[in-house]
Design a protein around this ligand. Structure first.
Ligand code: HEM
Length: 125
């Protein structure tokens, strides 16, 4: 399908349901609605990114070449020149900082366990 049409991020944001699900991968806009129930990874991973950028998630899933070709068949346009994503629409910073929070929590738990069971044994018992 043609990708000449220019689409604003604000327009993409409105297509974020199971009945009407657009995602963006590398600044190309895809209408994934008809594919949701055929997706081998399930519909939810796609609808989670509905109305948003899905570039990072799509790459993280290490999709095959045929999956990339399949994706191209759903192209409906590209992000308009100069259009800026709304807050939370990009697929970059959010998950990175969540990973960091997760690591800090795991670190605190390990430090607590070490302190309780290794360093804090009472010698008088
Ligand atoms: C219209 C967009 C998409 C198409 C056409 C597509 C296509 C496919 C295809 C054909 C497979 C089977 C394996 C392969 O050939 O690589 C697959 C698997 C998978 N996809 Fe997608 N995908 C899309 C979007 C997404 C998105 C946005 C995510 C994540 C947010 C995702 C996550 C996955 C995962 C996790 C699997 C592995 C499932 C498994 O092996 O159990 N996909 N996808």
């Amino acid at each position: 399908m043609s990708t000449d049409k220019q689409i604003e991020w604000s327009e993409v944001a409105q297509h974020n349901t199971e009945e009407d699900c657009w995602i963006v991968v590398n600044n190309i806009v895809y209408n994934a609605t008809s594919y949701l129930n055929d997706h081998p990874g399930g519909p939810i991973v796609i609808t989670n990114r509905g109305g948003k950028d899905a570039t990072k998630k799509f790459q993280e899933a290490a999709h095959s070449e045929s999956a990339q070709k399949k994706l191209q068949t759903f192209a409906i346009g590209k992000i308009a020149d100069g259009s800026t994503p709304l807050p939370g629409q990009l697929d970059v910073e959010g998950s990175g900082s969540q990973t960091l929070v997760g690591l800090v929590v795991v670190g605190i738990v390990i430090a607590f366990l070490l302190y309780t069971f290794v360093f804090n044994q009472n010698p008088s018992q």
